[in-house]
Design a protein around this ligand. Structure first.
Ligand code: ATP
Ligand code: MG
Length: 193
C-alpha cells in the first residue's frame, strides 16, 4: 500500500490541543500513520494581523509534535518564504513522493475559505481534502471542490482565544501542552503590557 501522509497547515500562532485532536482524528478515523504540521510563513488571507515570528511558531510546533511520535513539523513554507500557497506545498510533496497519498486536513473555518485559495481544483486533484468537522457534517464547500467530511470531537479552542487570554493575563493551561504554555511565558509572547 502506498504511504499516506496527513498535512495540517496553519499559522499555529500558537499551536494548541485543537490541532492535536485533528491529528488524533486523522490517525484513528483515516488510519494515517503520520501527520505533518506545516506552519505558514505568510498566510495570504490573514495579512491584516501581525504574526509572531516564524522561528517561534516553528519552535512551538515542534513542542506540539513532541506530544505524539506520529506527528512531525515540516518548515518548508517558512524556508520557501514569501506568501505561503498550499498548492506550492502540495506540489512539493507530490514531486518528492510521487506515489504517496496526500491527505490535506482542514478545519471547517479553513475549508470555508477554499474557493479563495490559489488553484483549489489543482490542490484537490493532487490531494484528498478532508474537512474535520466539529460534531455534525459541515457546510458544503462552495465552488464544486470535492471534499470529504470527517466528524470529530468538538474542541472549542482557537489560537485567537489563546492570544486574547495571554493578553488579558489569564491562564492557558488546558488549552496548550504545558511545554507550549511555558514557552509562551518564557518568551513573553502575546503580552499586551
Ligand atoms: P486563529 O484563531 O489564529 O485563526 P486557529 O486556532 O484557527 O488560529 P490555525 O493555525 O488557523 O489555528 O489552524 C490550522 C488548522 O487547524 C486550520 O485548518 C483550522 O481550521 C484547524 N483548527 C484550528 N483549531 C481547531 C479546532 N479546535 N478544531 C478543529 N480544527 C481546528
Ligand atoms: Mg484559524
Amino acid at each position: 500500500m502506498s504511504e499516506q501522509i496527513g498535512l495540517l497547515g496553519g499559522s499555529f500562532d500558537p499551536p494548541h490541543l485543537g490541532h492535536l485532536f485533528v491529528a488524533y482524528t486523522a490517525f484513528e478515523e483515516l488510519g494515517l500513520t503520520s501527520v505533518r504540521l506545516i506552519p505558514t510563513y505568510r498566510q495570504p488571507l490573514k495579512q491584516g494581523r501581525p504574526v509572531t515570528s516564524a522561528e517561534h511558531r516553528v519552535a512551538m510546533c515542534r513542542l506540539l509534535a513532541a506530544e505524539d511520535p506520529r506527528l512531525a513539523v515540516d518548515p518548508l513554507e517558512v524556508e520557501r518564504g514569501g506568501l505561503s500557497y498550499t498548492i506550492d506545498t502540495v506540489r512539493a510533496y507530490r514531486a518528492a513522493r510521487p506515489s504517496a497519498e496526500l491527505v490535506l486536513l482542514l478545519g471547517e473555518d479553513a475549508a470555508a475559505t477554499l474557493p479563495q485559495w490559489r488553484e483549489p481544483h489543482a490542490i484537490a486533484a493532487e490531494a484528498r481534502l478532508v474537512v474535520v468537522s466539529r460534531g455534525e457534517p459541515g457546510p458544503a464547500i462552495p465552488g464544486s471542490i470535492q471534499v470529504e467530511s470527517l466528524a470529530s470531537r468538538r474542541i472549542d479552542i482557537s489560537s485567537t482565544e489563546i492570544r486574547a487570554r495571554v493578553g488579558a493575563g489569564l491562564p492557558i493551561r488546558g488549552f496548550v501542552p504545558g511545554s507550549i504554555a511555558e514557552y509562551i511565558g518564557r518568551h513573553g509572547l502575546y503580552r499586551t503590557t
